[in-house]
Design a protein around this ligand. Structure first.
Ligand SMILES: [Zn+2]
Length: 328
């Protein structure tokens, strides 16, 4: 008699909870994928958002013919501040979740242990799963999108810090007299290098430099700033160089603070690819000149762009679920 090949399988579900969509992935114990699903996030109220997550998980399982009793754990990556211990989302403005006990509510509704973590840290875990075989034990994943934040893996472990805020480099003050950030401070890294900041700078430049390509494309998007830079537009190149210099110095600070051996850049802004990366590498090359310390620590081949087509959020959340079960 043959048994069903999946009858003794241990299943894990990873969920990337975004402000516009929810993506799930179902994997077995060997991290082989058995299904995924993307649905729209219901933002009508916090409970409806939770219901849309539950329904996405149930649909993913039903499609694969997996019963929820067979699921060992579910991981969720959330865009905000998370108390990973209790599963409470302290602050996720995009989801309108404030001190929301999402982990407890989800575990209760599904009858499966659910673990939550900030989405950027979840992505860092996923990257670590891919590079640990290279012997890399300390890395930073830096997301540059609507904000800027880093997820840190130090000596093989996810590093959260005392308040789960380790790696929030988007709020390091770069220009004390700069623009006001959504956190209330002035001149944070996010006010220069995040997507909305680049678009805003592009828009301002378009009004002043009427001979720039940007002037013909108002309102200017972040993507268009990089397209114009790639086409050789001087105004756009000035903007992308400024972003690259600021990011390059922020990444230098990360290396000097944590001595990471790999930096992976992801998020919407990094879709510009080499046009985004080159000014950062040039900044590092300049920092290396004349400084033996910088020369030994800042290797330009340490910085990589993530694969924009890989759903790191959902995969990382599955990795989170797997980690928790192994460490319990
Ligand atoms: Zn800030």
């Amino acid at each position: 008699m043959t048994t069903h090949p999946q009858s003794h399988q241990k299943w894990f579900v990873g969920v990337d909870v975004g402000g516009t969509k929810i993506s799930t992935i179902l994997v077995d114990n060997d991290f082989k994928e058995h299904g995924q699903l993307t649905v729209t996030t219901d933002l009508a109220n916090p409970d409806y958002t939770l219901t849309s997550i539950i329904s996405a998980i149930e649909k993913t399982l039903a499609r694969a013919g997996v019963h929820r009793d067979e699921v060992v754990a579910i991981g969720l990556g959330v865009p905000g501040q998370v108390d990973a211990q209790s599963g409470t989302v302290t602050l996720a403005a995009n989801l309108n979740w404030y001190d929301f006990p999402a982990g407890e509510l989800l575990s209760g509704a599904l009858g499966v242990p659910c673990f939550l973590e900030n989405d950027v840290r979840v992505a860092a875990l996923e990257i670590y799963r891919h590079v640990s075989h290279e012997g890399i034990e300390s890395l930073a994943y830096v997301n540059i999108g609507t904000g800027v934040a880093a997820g840190l893996i130090l000596e093989g472990r996810l590093y959260r810090g005392a308040h789960g805020m380790a790696g929030e480099i988007g709020h390091i003050v770069i220009e004390p007299d700069g623009l006001t950030c959504k956190c209330g401070a002035r001149g944070c890294l996010e006010t220069i290098a995040a997507g909305p900041a680049i678009a805003r700078a592009g828009q301002e430049a378009a009004l002043q430099q009427t001979d720039s390509l940007l002037a013909g494309h108002t309102p200017v998007s972040t993507q268009y700033v990089y397209e114009a830079a790639q086409a050789g537009d001087r105004t756009a190149l000035e903007l992308t160089r400024r972003v690259g210099q600021t990011m390059g110095r922020a990444l230098q600070a990360l290396v000097m603070s944590y001595d990471v051996e790999r930096i992976i850049l992801g998020g919407g802004v990094t879709r510009a690819g080499d046009t985004f990366l080159q000014p950062i590498l040039e900044t590092w090359t300049n920092l290396r000149h004349g400084s033996p310390l910088a020369e030994s620590l800042l290797q330009t081949n340490m910085i990589h762009l993530s694969n924009p087509n890989q759903n790191m959020g959902a995969w990382g959340a599955a990795t989170l679920a797997n980690h928790h079960m192994r460490h319990l």
